[in-house]
Ligand binder design. Structure first.
Ligand code: ADP
Ligand code: MG
Length: 351
């Protein structure tokens, strides 16, 4: 009896020793796979910064294919769009249209961008106006980055004259032929960055549908895909009167676009007054009542035009109009006070 019981005790001890070894192996394997999963779930991001469309363009991409190739393709597209839609490059398509006294036949892409610009001008009751070229040249905001540029304030009569040669109603587009009536000139500066971002996002998706990351063209941001494949990107909205990097709000996005227009981007100071690059199409003068607008929308081109339009329209009107057009916005007035559309708070949470 005693021997038997000793034997069974010995067997139990042997069994439990084996179990311990098994548990240990299991823990080691679990640790090994957790480490493997941890590293697999946090893919590396490759980024590159370049200058295009008069601003700093940062492209951040993660892809199992070649992220470097995707970044290069996006930046090439930015430079191509920059050359094609520039108002200052005499070889650009926009310069050709602006110079011509006759109807100009344009390619499909140019027709598409002009058509969308006209549609967005209509949707924003002309607050976004792609035919302010004469006014913008008069103020010199198209040349403000040139070191030789000497700012002057145009006279009232010069502004009056340029105002008469402005207005999107004077752009006629039919069967890919553009006619500019009334000597108006195109300036697509308020939309072309958004268009370039949308193109960049399409290119990234074409090259790798699983790619993630974002494109940031001077605070105009388009999301290629969620961070690490599933997380939100935290996006800070610059305080228009703070130092670079100081922010007034933080939002979370996994997709879509967020675009900011500010009076601190392109401006000159004269006698203590800030003259900046967003003009009121009704008066021909820079807007004084708003200093910054930020718009979130599924599409960067829309967001770009909306942010310019909201700047002109002011917070009260924009808070009503924007959601109708499919955007949400944050508006900062001249007292540095921020107001929001009702739906803005949605982006302040990680859902
Ligand atoms: P940013 O270039 O700083 O992102 P915007 O997107 O608002 O700012 O674009 C401003 C540019 O749009 C100006 O530099 C000018 O070329 C053009 N622009 C200025 N006022 C208007 C307006 N009311 N509507 C459309 N375009 C405008
Ligand atoms: Mg804009």
């Amino acid at each position: 009896m005693l021997e038997m019981s000793n034997g069974s005790q010995h067997q139990t001890m042997k069994l439990s020793k084996n179990s311990w070894i098994l548990i240990l192996i299991f823990i080691i394997l679990l640790l090994f796979f957790s480490i493997l999963f941890f590293f697999r779930s946090k893919p590396e991001y490759v980024s590159k910064v370049d200058i295009a469309l008069g601003t700093t363009v940062k492209v951040v991409v993660s892809s199992d294919k070649d992220p470097g190739l995707i970044i290069e393709a996006i930046l090439r597209e930015f430079h191509r769009i920059d050359r094609k839609f520039s108002v200052t490059d005499p070889k650009s398509v926009i310069s050709q249209i602006n110079k011509s006294e006759n109807p100009v036949e344009v390619d499909e892409e140019t027709a598409f961008v002009i058509e969308r610009s006209i549609a967005l001008a209509r949707a924003t009751e002309g607050a976004f106006d792609p035919a302010l070229g004469n006014l913008i040249t008069l103020w010199g905001f198209d040349r403000i980055n040139d070191s030789a540029f000497k700012p002057t304030i145009p006279s009232d009569s010069q502004i009056e004259e340029a105002l008469e040669k402005s207005g999107y109603e004077n752009i006629l587009l039919e069967n890919d032929v553009v006619i500019l009536n009334n000597s108006v000139k195109l300036d697509l500066g308020g939309i072309v960055k958004g268009y370039a971002i949308d193109r960049g996002l399409s290119i990234a998706k074409e090259m790798d549908p699983e790619a993630t990351g974002y494109i940031d063209a001077g605070r105009d941001i388009g999301i290629i895909g969620p961070k690490f494949g599933g997380e939100y990107w935290a996006i800070a909205v610059q305080d228009p009167r703070g130092d670079s990097g100081e922010y007034i709000d933080l939002v979370y996005l996994k997709k879509g676009a967020i675009v900011t227009s500010g009076d601190y981007e392109r401006f000159f100071m004269m006698d203590g007054v800030r003259y900046h690059h967003i003009l009121n199409p009704k008066t021909g003068y820079p807007i004084r009542e708003t200093i910054s607008t930020t718009v979130i929308s599924p599409d960067a081109m829309d967001a770009d035009a909306f942010s310019t339009a909201a700047f002109v329209l002011g917070s009260e009107f924009s808070a009503v109009l924007l959601p109708v057009l499919g955007g949400q916005g944050l508006f900062v007035d001249a007292q540095n006070k921020a107001t929001y559309t009702e739906g803005w708070s949605f982006f302040k949470e990680k859902h």
